[in-house]
Design a protein around this ligand. Structure first.
Ligand SMILES: Nc1ncnc2c1ncn2[C@@H]1O[C@H](COP(=O)(O)OP(=O)(O)OP(=O)(O)O)[C@@H](O)[C@H]1O
Ligand SMILES: Nc1nc2c(c(=O)[nH]1)N=C(CO)CN2
Length: 174
């Protein structure tokens, strides 16, 4: 941990996606910017997968991955840091579910549940998205005590298609 923490550090999982510009470079840069933030350390990163667009179909293929963070930030502070990082890397919101240089979603924070205008936790749409569940399964440890591993395994069993996923590179971090 790189700062004096204001609260007990917790482990958080995020999803990363990019389908415009230098996709791999953007993902790497996003992890570096997050790791350089006060009170935040990137602990683990999944493989990077190329995936067919889901939802809005007329757009380029995505690179998707997930990462585990250790942070002393609260959930809303962490989300604001993610949104700021999207903006720093050139995110412009145009089409709902449309193309983006970078999308960062906060998925899970030790089982905390909340629903505010800014943040829903766990991320309500994560369970139906193979492009989130497959990378997440790479990095949730077998001895996870928060319940996430069982939920991810259960969700994966219910997902028939895997969003045309192909492993793009096994490692982009560390
Ligand atoms: N768990 C969460 N992670 C990220 N954003 C969230 C979360 N819960 C609520 N939000 C809110 O959703 C808003 C819109 O996010 P965004 O534009 O990235 O949506 P999207 O990526 O197009 O769709 P989706 O949320 O389905 O992935 C954010 O400004 C944020 O306040
Ligand atoms: N394959 C893929 N499809 C998407 C993605 C994404 O990250 N990957 N993100 C979306 C909006 O959050 C909508 N559709």
């Amino acid at each position: 941990m790189k700062s004096l923490s204001t609260s007990e550090p917790s482990e958080a999982y995020i999803a990363l996606g990019a389908n415009l510009g230098d996709r791999l470079g953007t993902l790497r840069e996003a992890l570096a910017l997050l790791d350089a933030e006060e009170g935040l350390t990137v602990l683990r990163a999944s493989g990077v997968y190329e995936t067919e667009p889901v939802g809005y179909l007329d757009q380029p293929r995505f690179l998707n991955m997930a990462a585990a963070l250790r942070t002393s930030l609260g959930p809303e502070e962490l989300l604001k840091t993610l949104l700021r990082t999207e903006n720093r890397l050139g995110r412009v919101r145009q089409i709902v579910n449309g193309p983006r240089t970078l999308d960062l979603d906060l998925l899970w924070m030790e089982g905390r549940r909340m629903n505010t205008p800014l943040l829903s936790l766990p991320h309500p749409r994560m369970w139906e998205r193979a492009f989130v569940m497959v990378p997440l399964a790479d990095i949730v440890p077998e001895d996870d005590s928060t319940g996430l591993r069982a939920l991810v395994q259960g969700a994966l069993q219910g997902l028939d298609g895997k969003d045309g996923m192909e492993l793009w590179t096994p490692s982009v971090w560390g």
